[in-house]
Design a protein around this ligand. Structure first.
Ligand SMILES: CC(=O)SCCNC(=O)CCNC(=O)[C@H](O)C(C)(C)COP(=O)(O)OP(=O)(O)OC[C@H]1O[C@@H](n2cnc3c(N)ncnc32)[C@H](O)[C@@H]1OP(=O)(O)O
Ligand SMILES: CC(C)C(=O)C(=O)O
Ligand SMILES: [Mg+2]
Length: 578
């Protein structure tokens, strides 16, 4: 770089730094379009648009390290597998790998019969020539030619009048037509983009597009795509929708023109703008998986497709194996996926917070019990299993979680249906552990906490055996308990539990009352295992325990015995007798 160039760069940098104060007054509002008879707000998207992935072009040109040919092949295969029928494979005149990739797809016969490749070129003859060279022998292709039409680009980049810029477009359209005519064995589709459309005066954009359409004359049989890009997203999506409706009304030979949208995400509304643009009459959508693309990205194809899917509209794309899609995208782009990425991020179906977990648990149960025809589950707009996600991720426990969430994890992962009265007891233990850990408490740790605090038999309170005899609804029983010295107790009552409470009460001289009791077969593990949960009051002190055993009565009795044993430290009477 020469000294004068260095000085120039230096002064540009200085000017930018000086202008870079955080002062909103240097920006101005985007002009509104005065479309008072707009119809798009009443429209509903009831079918999938024509999709075109631009991962291999717009996505690729925005990467720190553009994809290698091998990565492109992998990405192409993924796009085909997902169901894309139109795929922009690159800018073959831009760089050798782009050219080579086009050749590879064609020569190695990698393009399925129902897939059409698309390529991008500037409206410059040598680049168009090279583009057609790259496409030699292809059965079908879309040639996409563009030039910038915005006020800023006309004035500042090209220093050209409106007529001169329109002239570039028209000349580009003619070259594309001429080169296509020289290759009649290929089925050609032409596409034109007034690049920087959102920075272009709308009536001028119409004029340029119509001049291109007039060159291509789609009415004579050659299909035409007019792509209206939000090269930079500059307005709220409703303004973009007005622009699209306005364009759709004004384009020549509209019936033969496929109107396409290509939004970017500068304001974070790329998907919203495309959705409203479709309502406004567009037919086709360009975008990239996970929104990769220039600056804040292209419109995210996954989000838009899943938005449709969640409304009961067939997206005509298959995201049933999201993990595979994420893996290939990451391998090809070297970009991470945000855990909160709509529909597919690692955490998007996960609730940590208590009230969400409670609602999800009850709602899933309701959905299951009622066999509802349509998916309507609190906080889960779709069934995560549709995307190959498991339910383990749906409820995860940390200090923000509540009792419903803990109960859900025990039931989901271990078949332990905690009775409602026990939720709070178990949750208290887990909550404490979560607060101490300051992080997530995993399912296995929750189970271990449950076992330690409720199932583990306190030393000296192990039931060794029992004999029961019942008459006239009265049970008389003998219990063998492994204390410091094995003891044998007898008691009576209505049923075995009452008999054991009676036996223990008389032995220790305490009042034992069973206030809560529950028993059920475990849904996992050995078929015959049962879990019993008991809450007892020993001299007014509450104590809770659970027990698991293949013999239901043993489970019940052990749960009671463990509960009384757990109260031992807090009830004087239980310590006074051996
Ligand atoms: C919004 C978008 O994504 S648009 C697509 C952008 N993608 C890319 O640019 C990626 C690939 N591009 C490239 O590799 C290069 O730009 C190439 C190979 C296409 C062209 O390379 P070069 O000619 O060396 O560079 P460059 O793009 O800077 O050319 C600029 C010249 O082309 C002209 N030009 C730029 N775009 C266009 C266009 N679409 N149609 C006609 N002329 C154009 C400019 O006015 C400028 O002319 P000048 O030399 O008279 O000043
Ligand atoms: C080439 C065009 C369509 C583009 O990528 C854009 O304008 O964003
Ligand atoms: Mg783009």
């Amino acid at each position: 770089m020469s000294t004068s160039e260095q000085q120039d760069n230096h002064s540009v940098a200085q000017q930018m730094a000086a202008a870079g104060s955080f002062d909103h007054r240097k920006y101005k509002a985007y002009p509104r379009l005065n479309l008072t008879d707009r119809t798009w707000p009443d429209q509903v998207i009831s079918e999938a648009p024509i999709w075109c992935s631009v991962d291999l072009r717009d996505g690729n040109q925005a990467l720190v390290k553009p994809m290698t040919v091998a990565q492109k092949v992998k990405m192409f295969a993924l796009l085909v597998k997902l169901g894309f029928k139109q795929i922009e494979i690159g800018f073959p005149s831009a760089a050798q790998p782009e050219f080579d990739f086009a050749r590879k797809l064609i020569e190695d016969n990698l393009i399925p019969d129902d897939v059409t490749i698309q390529v991008l070129t500037q409206a410059r003859e040598h680049l168009i020539g090279k583009t057609f060279e790259a496409l030699k022998g292809v059965k079908r292709a879309i040639v996409h030619v563009y030039n910038s039409t915005s006020t800023v680009q006309r004035e500042q980049t090209f220093s050209m009048s409106q007529a001169q810029i329109a002239g570039i477009a028209v000349q580009g359209a003619r070259w594309v037509q001429e080169y296509a005519a020289r290759n009649p064995n290929t089925e050609w589709t032409f596409q034109y983009s007034p690049e920087s459309f959102t920075g272009t005066e709308i009536d001028y954009a119409i004029e340029v597009c119509n001049q291109v359409i007039d060159v291509w004359q789609p009415i004579q049989g050659q299909p035409v795509i007019i792509n209206l890009p939000a090269t930079v997203e500059m307005s709220t999506p409703n303004v973009f929708a007005d622009q699209i409706e306005y364009m759709c009304r004004a384009l020549h030979q509209r019936e033969q023109v496929i109107v396409c949208l290509h939004t970017h995400n500068d304001r974070g509304c790329g998907v919203a703008a495309t959705e409203l643009g479709l309502m406004a009459g567009a037919d086709r959508v360009e975008g990239a998986l996970l929104g990769n693309g220039e600056r804040t990205g292209n419109m995210d194809l996954v989000t838009l497709a899943m938005n449709l899917y969640s409304q009961g509209v067939d997206p005509k794309l298959d995201f049933s194996d999201v993990q595979e899609m994420l893996r290939v995208c990451q391998e090809c782009t070297d970009l991470p996926v945000h855990p909160r990425h709509p529909w597919v991020g690692e955490l998007v179906y996960t609730a940590f917070s208590g009230s969400h977990q409670d609602a999800i648990r009850k709602s899933l149960q309701f959905h299951h019990d009622k066999g509802l025809a349509h998916w309507e589950v609190a906080y889960l707009p779709i069934n995560p299993a549709d995307l190959g996600r498991d339910y383990e991720a749906v409820v995860r426990i940390n200090s923000q979680s509540g009792k419903g969430g803990v109960a859900h994890v025990l039931e989901r992962d271990y078949g332990i249906e905690l009775p409602k009265w026990m939720h709070q007891h178990v949750s208290n233990v887990v909550q404490k552990a979560a607060e101490q850990a300051g992080s997530e408490v995993r399912s296995k740790e929750i189970k271990a906490l449950f076992d330690d605090h409720f199932v583990a038999v306190p030393a000296g309170w192990n039931l060794r055996g029992y004999d029961l005899s019942s008459q006239n609804q009265q049970t008389e029983a003998t219990f063998r308990i492994e204390a410091a010295e094995p003891i044998e107790l007898t008691g009576r009552g209505v049923g075995a539990l009452e008999a054991l409470a009676d036996a223990l009460g008389r032995h220790y001289g305490v009042a034992i009352k069973v206030s809560q009791f529950d028993e059920h077969a475990l849904r996992q593990g050995t078929d015959s295992d049962a879990i019993a949960s008991v809450c007892v009051s020993v001299d007014g002190v509450d104590s809770v325990a659970a027990a698991i055993h293949e013999d239901t009565t043993t489970a019940n009795l052990q749960a009671l015995l463990s509960a009384v044993g757990r109260a031992a430290k807090r009830v004087a009477g239980l310590q006074s007798v051996g």
